[in-house]
Ligand binder design. Structure first.
Ligand SMILES: Nc1ncnc2c1ncn2[C@@H]1O[C@H](COP(=O)(O)OP(=O)(O)OP(=O)(O)O)[C@@H](O)[C@H]1O
Length: 706
């Protein structure tokens, strides 16, 4: 048995937090009727409509739409049985006029030929802008008309229009109304229309006057005018509003009804009213429908997905500046990292106070005469301070001459130099005594034989780098000296350290590469995904598409497919810059590295999706992305080894999407490991685990967010 009413609302209550928006509202919209829903701003019209189309749930009460409850499998709502024009434009700026209407037509599964015909019909009826004009270039009124056309391109059984005539000129407004009157009389289409222009609702068959979440009256316009003995609808609304505020609504309605009876008996002609018996409430149908299954939101339809993918693609390539940014981001970030992070610092000022040589920095020093063996054991030294200083001819350190130690120390205090190197007046002599006298040497002589260094370690990185450099210079100095004095240079190697993986001279850049590549990948994809989806949602297209019958899974999946394309582009760009252009050495399989990077991008997409679901707007999404970025970087072991963290934090860190993946990447890159090693697999394991977690959680969240 088919339900005869298009919409039936019974005792609907809806609150946002503590704010009651709908209060026991009742409403009946017969089929083939234009129903004007009138009321002041904020009275709950849009809330009621969004409950009717199934985008919001009531707290209590019932709604039946086309014989079923919104969201049930048989109701057809959301779906092609309903056409919904929201208050916001809810179209993609990168769509042309034709794209926008065809997008919905295809989602409604209209045959192409019929779609073309309907498009031409609506285009001339609504005086739409040229087919190929972008929505973003249309005026507000033009956008509204395109939105209107998109909502009714498929001639739905129920058309819901939220303020369609705002910004539309009076002639066009009349054309729209005439069209609605014509189409509802020819077909069984029901139209619910909200408007602020109360008088234009005279052409409606029924009017619902709404205030403070209730319907004050629901009658035909003629009946209302007779009941309240006035000629303008605005007066009716004004009287009812006033009486509602005074708590005398029921009395007023009783008087109004008696006016109607008197009028009818006087004229013996019934005032024109819409035949609401065309749609009596069929309780059986309602009960039958309540037993039907809810729509799952998990359906997949190839044609709808194609439309969604087409939309995503157009949004991408037609937004030229956005596209350039998207493509430039990984390039800029990688190049910035590879140029800025890791290379040895250069030109660090080190004060030298050399009291032994008049020419402190010894420009004309003769190296060959500085250590001359004269018997089997002994060596004669000459100008050793200059000999040592000649080893400091390195791009990292710039020697700055100071004549007096106090001046040099003062320079450290003022940050002019990073440290001071001091050699005493009798340095060489004391040095020789140190070698020859052994345990008999006096402490004072020993002190004169020292190269004294004071370092500013407040900048730990610079201080430690200079210290490491001076120690390695000293080792070279020692070995060469032993060789020149006919000793075995190996005597300097008390501890002989050989590297197993990597080389002693590997740059910091190489160490940072796995971490930087993966974190850049993760966060760029997070940012990109959350931006695109939050924008889509805040522009209203997401909701509108769902009301048109698209499932949330289809939207999520098509976004995901599209983001896979971006991840691929980013992976290729990032790895090409790192390994092909900047030639960072790689000892392992490029394929494995590519896969780790690609999967990391996908985890970023999942995280971005999650952020977009829990964020109300773009600002919140940005705050969440940037806020989480720093915490995750700190915990990832990128800045400091995990081994330095408290044990609990180490576990937290290991659970993050990229900590273990970074290790796997490094194992491949530096150690040349393949899939034979668990330590390569575990990176993939954590990435895939996160992808699955995000997929499940996000799908559930999208479903529950109504
Ligand atoms: N998501 C929400 N959270 C909290 N309050 C909301 C939310 N949506 C709407 N409201 C509030 O509910 C009330 C009814 O809003 P609604 O949009 O339904 O009114 P309306 O009659 O359609 O107004 P208008 O004619 O201006 O569009 C308003 O006070 C509004 O501020």
């Amino acid at each position: 048995m088919a339900a005869k009413e298009a919409v039936y609302v019974q005792d609907a209550c809806k609150s946002y937090g503590k704010k009651e928006v709908l209060k026991n509202l009742r409403m009946k919209v017969p089929r083939g009727c234009i129903y004007g829903l009138l009321g002041p701003s904020g009275c709950g019209k849009t809330t009621l409509l969004s409950c009717i189309v199934g985008r919001r749930n009531l707290n209590s009460g019932d709604i039946w739409v086309l014989g079923g409850k919104p969201g049930t499998v048989d109701s057809g709502v959301p779906g092609p049985k309903v056409g919904y024009m929201p208050q916001d434009i809810a179209l993609v700026g990168e769509f042309t006029v034709k794209d926008a209407i065809f997008y919905f037509g295809r989602i409604f599964d209209m045959p192409e030929k019929m779609l073309e015909e309907r498009f031409n019909e609506l285009s001339s009826l609504l005086d739409l802008p040229p087919d190929d004009r972008f929505i973003r270039n249309c005026s507000g009124g033009q956008q509204r008309r395109v939105s209107f056309a998109a909502s009714m391109v498929h001639l739905p059984e129920l058309l819901i229009l939220d303020e369609p005539t705002v910004g539309v000129d009076p002639i066009l407004r009349e054309r729209i109304w005439n069209y609605l009157v014509e189409i509802t009389s020819k077909s069984n289409m029901a139209v619910i229309i909200t408007t602020h222009y109360i008088e234009e609702a005279r052409q409606a068959n029924l009017i619902g006057l709404m205030r403070g979440g209730r319907l004050l009256a629901e009658e035909s316009p003629a009946t209302l005018l007779t009941m309240f003995q006035t000629e303008v609808l605005e007066d009716v609304f004004f009287i009812l509003s006033q009486k509602q505020s005074e708590g005398r609504l029921d009395d007023t309605m009783a008087v109004a009804r008696s006016n109607l009876q008197i009028q009818n008996s006087n004229t013996d002609i019934s005032v024109a009213s819409f035949d609401t018996t065309r749609g009596s409430t069929d309780i059986l149908t309602k009960e039958k429908q309540t037993k039907t299954k809810n729509k799952s939101g998990y359906e997949l339809n190839g044609k709808r997905m194609k439309s969604l993918l087409d939309k995503n693609w157009k949004q991408f390539y037609r937004n030229v500046s956005g596209m350039i940014f998207i493509l430039m981001f990984p390039i800029a970030q990688n190049v910035a990292f590879l140029l800025a992070v890791g290379p040895d610092p250069k030109g660090i000022n080190l004060a030298v106070v050399n009291e032994e040589s008049f020419a402190t920095l010894c420009p004309n020093f003769n190296f060959s005469q500085s250590a001359v063996p004269y018997d089997d054991y002994n060596c004669h030294f000459h100008n050793m301070s200059c000999r040592f200083l000649s080893y400091i001819d390195t791009p990292m350190i710039t020697k700055v001459r100071y004549d007096a130690l106090p001046d040099a120390l003062e320079a450290v205090k003022h940050g002019e130099v990073v440290g001071v190197m001091y050699m005493a007046e009798n340095f060489t002599e004391s040095f020789e005594a140190r070698v020859e006298e052994g345990r008999d040497i006096e402490a004072e002589v020993l002190s004169f034989s020292e190269i004294k260094v004071w370092l500013d370690m407040s900048n730990r990185q610079i201080g430690a780098t200079v210290k490491y450099k001076l120690l390695s210079i000293f080792k070279d100095f020692q070995k060469d000296l032993l060789r020149d004095c006919n000793y075995e240079p190996q005597m300097a190697d008390f501890m002989n350290m050989t590297t197993f993986y990597g080389k002693d001279g590997d740059t910091f850049t190489e160490y940072m590469t796995p971490g930087l590549v993966l974190t850049i990948m993760f966060f760029l994809m997070t940012l990109m995904t959350s931006q695109i989806i939050v924008t889509d949602r805040s522009e209203g297209l997401w909701d509108r598409s769902i009301i048109a019958g698209v499932s949330s899974l289809e939207i999520s999946l098509t976004h995901f497919i599209f983001q896979i394309g971006i991840v691929l582009i980013y992976t290729v760009t990032t790895l090409t810059i790192t390994f092909a252009i900047f030639k960072i050495p790689n000892s392992g399989s490029m394929w494995i590295i590519t896969l780790i990077t690609f999967f990391q991008g996908l985890t970023g997409v999942g995280f971005g999706f999650w952020i977009s679901i829990i964020s109300e707007n773009v600002t919140m999404a940005n705050v969440l992305t940037t806020g989480s970025f720093y915490i995750m970087i700190l915990l990832s072991g990128l800045m400091w080894p995990l081994e330095g963290m408290p044990i609990v934090l180490q576990w937290v860190s290991k659970c993050l999407p990229f900590t273990i993946a970074i290790d796997s990447f490094r194992n491949v890159m530096k150690k040349g490991w393949s899939f034979d090693y668990f330590e390569v697999w575990n990176g993939f394991g954590i990435e895939i685990t996160w992808i699955v977690i995000f997929a499940v959680v996000n799908t559930m969240l999208i479903q529950s967010k109504r």
